[in-house]
Structure formats: C-alpha cells, structure tokens
Design a protein around this ligand. Structure first.
Ligand code: ADP
Length: 482
C-alpha cells in the first residue's frame, strides 16, 4: 500500500474516533440534561397535583371525618380532566397501597408503590409501547388519610431528540470524514512528493542514468535527505566516470601494447625465419641479425619503460627536501657531452620536496624529447642546420611552488595531438619516433611520476616554433594537504 494512502487512512481512523467519541459525548450530555429537566418537572407537577388534591379534600362535606373512597375517585377524576392536553395520567392508591383510581392509558406497573412512603417521593423512567414516560409517586395527606398519587409524564420527545441528534451527528461525521479524506489526500500527496521524486531518481540511476538528480523541493528532513542523496549520486557518478575512464584507458593501453609488441616481433620472426631457412650471404646475414638485435633492444627498452610506469603507479611518494641546485648540476653533467644542442640551464636556488631520482627521470625524458624534436632532420625548414639547437631548462619559484620547464625551438606539436601524447604508446610521428628508439612511453612515465608529486605536465607548443613542457612541484604546505 502506498505511503500516502497509509497516511490518509491513519488520519481518517484518528478523525473518525475523535468525531465519534465527541459526538456521542455531546449528544448524550444534551439528552441527560433534558431528561433531568423533565424528571424535575414531573416531580414538581406531581407535588402540585398532590397539593391540589389535598385542597380539594378540604371542601368535602363536614359529615365525613375520613375521606371516603368515592370522594377520592371524584377528586381524582377532576384532577385528571384538568390536564392541558386532554387529561393527565394518574393513579391513586390508599394507605395499604390498594388502587382506588386509575386513569385510562395509565399503563405503568405497581413497581414504584412499595418504594414510596409518606416522606419520600420516587420516580423512574419507563417505556410503554413506543413511548417513554417519567413515572412518579408521591404521598398525600387528605382528610385523615394517607394516599399515594402516581403520575406518568410523556418524555418521548427527549428520546426522539436523542435519536435525531445521533442520526444528525452520524451524517455530519460522514460528511466531515469524506471532506477530511479529500483534503488529506492532497496534503499526503504534497507531503510525500519528495519521496516520489527520490524514488524516481533511484529508479533512473538504477537504470543507468547516473546524471539524474532528485529535485529538492523542501528544507525539512526529506529535503535534507534529497540533498544527501544528490551528494551521494555526485560521488557515485564521479567514481563511475573515473572507473569508465580507467577501463577505457586500460583497453586503449592493451590495444596499443599489443600493436607495439607486434611490430618488432613481426620483424624479429621474419628475419629469424630468413636466417634459418635460406642460406644468406654474409652481408645479408649481418643485416638480418642486426634487425633482430635492434628490434630486440627496442622490445627490451619498452619492457623496462613499462616496468618503470608500473612501479611509478604503485609507488608511494617518499618526498624529501632537496636542493634544486643538486638536481640541475646532475642534468648539466649528464647532457654536457650532447652534440648538436646547446642546452642552457638556469635556476633559482630553492629547497623543494621531491623524490629526486624520479624527477631526474622526468627531466631526462623531457630534455631527450626536446633534443629529438630539435635535431636537424626534425626542423622542417632546415634553419639552424649549422648552428646548435637551443634548449632551455629553467627552474623558478612561483606562487604555487617550484616550476621547472624544458623549452625547445624544434618541430612543435599540433594542437590536436597535445592532449594525447601523454598516453602510453602515443607517438605523433610513429615511424620517426620508432627510428629514434621511441615507444611512446616516456611522457606516460613522466605523467605517472608527477602524479605522485601531486603535479601534472603542462604543454605549450606551436608547430614549427617549438614546445615548452613544464610542471610545478607544489609548495610544501600544499603537498602535505593533498
Ligand atoms: P617517445 O619514447 O616516443 O619519445 P614520449 O612519450 O616521450 O615517447 O613522447 C611521445 C610523443 O610526443 C613523441 O613520439 C613525439 O612525437 C612527441 N613529443 C614529445 N616531446 C616532444 C617535443 N619536445 N617536441 C615535439 N614532439 C614531442
């Protein structure tokens, strides 16, 4: 059953109970008050009637010392006729409680007589056929006789009113319940709207639409729940996106890896087959063996690079405070003998947190790439074929930390390729890269190393003008924060 229907039903039950009890109490209270009033009136009337009887008895001729039964009947008959609407209902009994006179229509039994004596008045409410009466009994003292006067006062109206009251109240209750139900349906529908929106959002998400969010329409607990749900959905979407990207990257990696493996292997197998199945002259044999060796070397280099990447991915950063000068001195010494290039190093002295050997690997890769991109055959117009290509390696303190950049004036990288070159096995010009023993893994390794330094590679490049690869090693505080 729907929650809103449950809400409506429970409210209806509470409303019905409340209306039922209050209605019963109200109608019954009115009835009891009216009945008490009628009983009071009946008792008053019987007292007045008794008094009238006693007065009438005073007018009896003097010859009677005791009121005779015939006079009792006569007075009773007169009193009976004196009623406003066609006669009173009364009964007279003597001292022994023997009935002396009864009005026609006086149907009450004699149950009240034994309970009444000279000093008490008694009454009860009785039902005769479909009518209700107040039956009273009082004693009268008339001419040396104690008589008992019983009356019956019709109070059917009071009971009819009660029945009418209950019937009316039932109708009012029914109308109120129906009206209440309609109003409650609207209220319940309004109150449960956030739940419906949340349910829809969960269904949409379960069906794979991770972008769907529940609309927050209130600020109460349900509104907060919607907010929390949306926050959870954001986190979930982010994680799923990351996972999807990772799966995609892995698939791309596997495809590229298989492709990169196939090329040298095909060459190795082809030349090895030629060597074993043909008798080749010495020159061809050496050439074949050479191909096998260089392709084998390329495979070896590739497997080492891959291993480096895997290690870098799993590595936790063991960053240490390092003097930047030490790093630059190492690079300067390493590339001192590099022919055909003029590598200019300049740096601001600083102490930076880094894993120095890993950063050395990054910079060696970047400088190596810059050298390859600046080599004479690489630069399209051949300008500078006589002069050494300039490469600048700089280190500067910036607001965010310490920025190291490697700038070359070589071939540059087309804009569309710039975001792809950090992917494993990606090479802008495959044949050229392969001829230089490249496998498209250097920048991927750099990116992994920088990731564990909470940094990333920035690439600025223009075809024919050169490239600048840079990264910022975050200032100490930020490195800790992250
Ligand atoms: P590789 O081992 O082939 O050098 P990298 O991952 O280091 O692989 O580089 C990927 C590709 O990016 C290279 O093949 C090259 O085409 C391009 N590249 C890298 N650095 C530069 C640069 N400084 N100038 C121009 N192209 C570059």
């Amino acid at each position: 059953m729907k929650f809103s229907i449950k809400l409506v039903l429970s409210t209806m039950i509470v409303l019905a109970l409340a209306l039922g009890f209050s209605g019963f109490y109200f109608v019954n209270n009115v009835f009891e008050n009216s009945l008490d009033r009628e009983v009071g009136q009946a008792l008053d009337e019987s007292s007045i009637l008794g008094f009238a009887f006693e007065t009438a008895a005073l007018n009896v001729p003097l010859k009677y010392s005791v009121l005779p039964d015939s006079v009792v009947e006569e007075i009773a008959s007169k009193l009976e006729m004196g009623g406003q609407s066609g006669g009173r209902l009364l009964r007279i009994a003597d001292e022994e409680k023997n009935i002396l006179y009864t009005s026609s229509g006086f149907t009450a039994d004699e149950g009240l007589l034994p309970q009444t004596d000279q000093h008490t008045k008694s009454y009860r409410v009785i039902r005769a056929q479909d009518c209700f009466y107040v039956h009273t009994c009082v004693s009268i003292n008339a001419l040396n006789r104690i008589l008992y006067l019983e009356t019956m006062k019709d109070v059917t109206d009071v009971f009819t009113e009660r029945a009418l009251g209950f019937s009316l109240y039932r109708k009012v209750t029914l109308v109120m319940l129906l009206t209440g139900m309609v109003i409650m349906l609207f209220i319940a529908s309004f109150l449960t709207k956030p739940i419906r929106l949340l349910t829809r959002a969960t269904r949409e998400m379960a069906a794979g639409d991770y972008k769907y969010r529940a609309r927050q329409i209130s600020r109460d607990e349900l509104g907060q729940l919607t907010g929390d749900f949306n926050r959870m959905a954001n986190a979930l979407e982010e994680t799923i996106c990351k996972l999807e990207e990772e799966i995609e990257a892995r698939e791309e990696f596997m495809g590229a890896f298989a492709h990169e493996l196939k090329t040298p292997l095909t060459a190795i197998i082809g030349y090895a087959d030629m060597l074993r199945s043909h008798k080749l002259d010495e020159e061809k044999s050496i050439m074949s063996a050479n191909y096998i060796y260089t392709e084998g070397k390329r495979l070896e280099a590739m497997s080492f690079r891959l291993l480096d990447i895997i290690v870098a991915k799993q590595d936790e950063a063991h960053l240490q405070e390092t003097q930047v000068g030490e790093l630059f001195a190492y690079l300067q010494e390493m590339f001192a003998e590099k022919e055909g290039t003029d590598i200019r190093f300049s740096h601001e002295e600083a102490v930076v947190r880094m894993e120095v050997n890993l950063i050395k690997t990054v910079l060696v890769n970047l400088i190596d790439n810059a050298c390859k991109a600046s080599e004479n055959d690489a630069v399209a117009d051949g300008a500078g074929s006589d002069t050494a290509a300039v490469i600048e390696v700089t280190g500067r303190t910036v607001r965010e930390g310490y920025r190291i950049a490697v700038r070359d004036y070589g071939i540059g990288i087309p804009e569309a390729e710039q975001s792809k070159i950090v992917k494993a096995f990606y090479m802008v010009d495959k044949s050229r890269a392969r001829s230089k023993n490249g496998a498209g893994l250097g920048l991927a390794l750099c990116a992994e190393i920088l990731k564990i330094h909470h940094s990333e590679l920035q690439i600025e490049s223009k075809v024919g003008e050169g490239s600048c690869f840079s990264f910022i090693l975050p200032a100490e505080k930020r490195a800790y924060e992250e």
